[in-house]
Design a binder for this molecule. Structure first.
Ligand code: PRP
Length: 216
């Protein structure tokens, strides 16, 4: 049996749809209640529902063989993970954003950036050779420039509505994001047959979905 960590929330339903299209019976996940552990029909997969960052932790520590989570979390937390597949959903982007109409690079004072993703922010500005102060915020990061805590934010933008409705705009694109399948490298070796079959089934399903999308 393969133990798969699945990020609960936003991408959960799309991930379950993908697993079902790949032939895994996910009926056990329909009426979840407060349970966090589930099995697909035939017990091919044991599915663990967890927060995104914890999916990374469980796979890195090898207590889960594979995980489904956003590239945003992988970029922020995942150093020892092997990404095997872009699942093609949960598409959004990391952006640098701030008050509409303001020039971020104006002035000589050092910049303060608020983000839920301090590592992504640090790497982005290191790449530009810029030293910035990073303030970690836990949610609704858009508030930080409005309240004048920060000059800008590095955050996820999906539809752009949250920025727009709070008088902010994208200054720069930082990186595109989508949902990924990650695996523990030791699991790939130890459970080679099962893991290869699982990865192949998902790869084929994603390829078919891509083809159908292109046709439309
Ligand atoms: C995310 C992100 C933005 C918003 C972007 O927050 O941090 O705030 O979604 O989506 P949009 O471009 O479609 O408006 P989330 O809803 O996960 O909540 P949080 O800010 O409290 O973490």
């Amino acid at each position: 049996m393969i133990r798969l960590a699945l990020t609960k929330g936003r991408i959960e339903q799309d991930a379950i749809k993908l697993l079902e299209k790949a032939g895994y019976d996910c009926t056990d996940l329909y009426e979840k209640g407060r349970r966090l552990l589930f099995y697909t029909g035939n017990k091919e997969l044991e599915i663990v529902l967890a927060k995104a960052a914890d999916v990374v932790t469980y796979v890195e520590h090898g207590v889960c063989d594979a995980g489904i989570t956003g590239e945003d979390t992988i970029m922020e937390h995942g150093k020892r993970l092997y990404e095997v597949l872009d699942l093609g959903f949960g598409k959004c982007r990391f952006a640098l954003a701030g008050i509409k109409g303001k020039n971020f690079y104006d002035g000589y004072s050092h910049k303060v950036i608020a983000s839920k993703y301090p590592n992504v922010t640090k790497n982005y500005f290191n790449g530009k050779g810029m030293n910035v102060e990073i303030v970690k915020i836990e949610g609704s990061v858009e508030l930080a420039p409005v309240l004048k805590l920060a000059d800008a934010i590095v955050d996820i933008v999906e539809t752009g509505s949250t920025l727009k409705e709070n008088g902010l705009e994208v200054y720069e694109e930082v990186a595109p994001i989508s949902t990924r399948l990650v695996v523990n490298t030791a699991s790939v070796k130890l459970k080679r047959g099962e893991m290869n079959e699982f990865i192949d089934r998902l790869t084929d399903t994603v390829a078919k979905a891509d083809k159908a999308e292109k046709k439309d």
